[in-house]
Design a protein around this ligand. Structure first.
Ligand code: FMN
Length: 485
């Protein structure tokens, strides 16, 4: 059996320093991170190399932790190191950059995180649908319930941190409502644009959406005209049990961040089993693992480069990054505390990666710069290609997200020049970059639209599962089982 061709993404955030906290490294050049030229150049290089997409993670706030005084007063603190050493700070709004980049390159897709805990479904649906037009169907939404939950209380005025599993209940309803708007809002032939009759859009083909749920209510029309994909390609990140269950229902692509191949294989199998239990094809969901690749002319040179990268951030900066992702302030705990005794209502996946191994708070802190993030691959281009090939075969992932290391092009230079040609020679990447909308490119669907087994297809006009009290049923629409995609 020939090996499957891999999906490749670049893992970035609109911030000068990201997963490695490596901006003090001599190869890093973060000065231009806030402007278009920095990202346009990166997009051009990624596109020309055959990357499938550029992914912008997003943070609702920044690492901060709450403290309860002996009198019960709750205060919060932003560690100085966050601001001083640029730990996901400054961080800018990633959606604002997408159309500027899409205008620069023709094939590359763009995936952007947006939080179901912070956003409103109608506003989010409007923005992503607008971007689907502006990118010609090359936009994806990474659906997360979010780390950095304290920000929701302190910056957005929510009264309390929503408990972990309830965040996923809200996410379920959130995504359903956006699917109703994207898939059910307009019939395909609603646009008329006839000057003689003065009909721009046929009102009987723009359907009133009603929704009365536990978290959201809505009654009205979706104002964005139909775009190529309608629903942006749906990604999900967050590997807690409720995160995987959520992903199995709605995700087309799932991001994971596993360090250990055996654990990665278990996670992949578990997600595919859950997808199958939902009545979807277990292989239709593309699972993408996050990896950090450092390449050198020799293995020794690469090891030295890895050591220099690991030495770039301070211990406190790495602790602050861990705080943001997991909600656990390691620096405020006795270093002898067993990690297994800790729990979190924030990012359970991050904490879980350090549990079950007999580690203490102190030993985790000592290793954070080496370990935080996904699988580390360090060696010659040949070595990196071998490891990627083995990982793909042994874990059954469908692709990889290359993690920000030095920042900017330096992160990808040796990977593009040295590793990708080898992967291509071995048949692990297509000879010519794939094209089309992001959905077609990543999932191989025959059309830009969601596939018929996805719950979103059930919200289409005429599919019979959604209520459209104000809109005429569309007799021309195919039943969900025969719908496109
Ligand atoms: C590859 C990858 C990308 C992620 N991107 C984000 C992100 O942009 N923003 C965010 O808040 N969390 C991100 N996460 C972290 C969590 O998925 C997310 O905070 C999640 O909602 C926490 O849920 P959990 O408890 O199921 O882990 C990412 C995780 C992975 C593996």
């Amino acid at each position: 059996m020939s090996a499957k061709q891999l999906v490749l993404g670049a893992f970035e955030e609109l911030t000068p320093s990201f997963i490695s906290n490596g901006w003090p490294h001599e190869r890093s050049d973060p000065a231009g991170f806030a402007g278009l030229p920095y990202w346009q150049e990166l997009s051009r290089q990624l596109d020309a190399a055959g990357f499938d997409f550029l992914f912008f993670a997003d943070a609702l706030g920044y690492p901060m932790h709450e403290q309860v005084s002996p009198s019960g007063e709750v205060t919060f603190e932003i560690p100085d190191v966050v601001v001083r050493e640029a730990v996901q700070f400054p961080v800018h709004d990633p959606l604002t950059i997408v159309s500027g980049l899409a205008a620069t390159v023709e094939r590359l897709g763009f995936v952007v995180t947006a939080s179901t805990t912070a956003e409103h479904p109608f506003l989010l649906a409007r923005r992503f649908a607008s971007l689907d037009h502006l990118t010609a169907g090359r936009i994806g939404w990474n659906v997360v319930t979010s780390d950095m939950q304290t920000a929701l209380v302190r910056l957005l005025g929510q009264t309390d941190v929503t408990p972990h599993d309830e965040r996923y209940a809200r996410a379920d309803e959130f995504v359903d409502l956006t699917l109703k708007l994207w898939e059910g809002g307009w019939s395909d032939d609603a646009a008329v644009v006839d000057k003689a009759t003065r009909v721009f859009t046929d009102p009987s083909k723009v359907h009133r959406i009603t929704h009365e749920g536990r978290y959201f209510s809505l009654d009205g029309l979706f104002p964005v005209s139909p775009s190529l994909q309608r629903t942006p390609t749906l990604f999900q990140a967050g590997s807690s049990a409720s995160g995987r269950e959520f992903a199995s229902r709605i995700a087309e692509c799932v991001f994971i961040q596993e360090r250990d191949p055996a654990q990665a294989a278990r996670t992949v199998r578990d997600i595919r089993d859950r997808v199958e239990r939902r009545g979807r094809d277990r292989d239709s969901v593309k699972i993408i693992n996050s990896i950090s690749v450092v390449v050198g002319a020799t293995d020794e040179e690469a090891q030295a480069a890895r050591r220099a990268l690991t030495a770039a951030p301070s211990r406190d900066a790495m602790a602050a990054l861990f705080l943001g992702w997991s909600g656990v302030n390691l620096l405020g705990l006795d270093p002898a505390t067993p990690i297994d005794e800790l729990s979190t209502e924030v990012g359970q996946t991050t904490l879980a990666m350090y549990q079950g191994q007999g580690a203490t708070v102190g030993s985790v802190l000592d290793r954070l710069a080496e370990t935080l993030g996904g699988t580390k691959i360090t060696g010659t281009a040949e070595h990196a290609a071998d490891e990627i090939e083995t990982l793909a075969r042994e874990t059954d992932v469908d692709g990889f997200l290359i993690e920000h290391s030095y920042g900017g092009l330096a992160t990808y230079r040796e990977f593009i020049d040295g590793v990708m040609p080898l992967l291509r020679e071995r048949g692990l990447l297509p000879a010519e970059p794939r094209g089309g909308t992001l959905r077609e490119r990543l999932t191989g669907t025959p059309t830009p639209r969601l596939g018929p087994a996805h719950p979103g297809a059930g919200f289409r006009p005429g599919a019979g599962t959604a209520a459209y009290p104000g809109g005429a049923a569309d007799p021309a629409a195919p039943p969900a089982s025969a719908a496109a995609g």
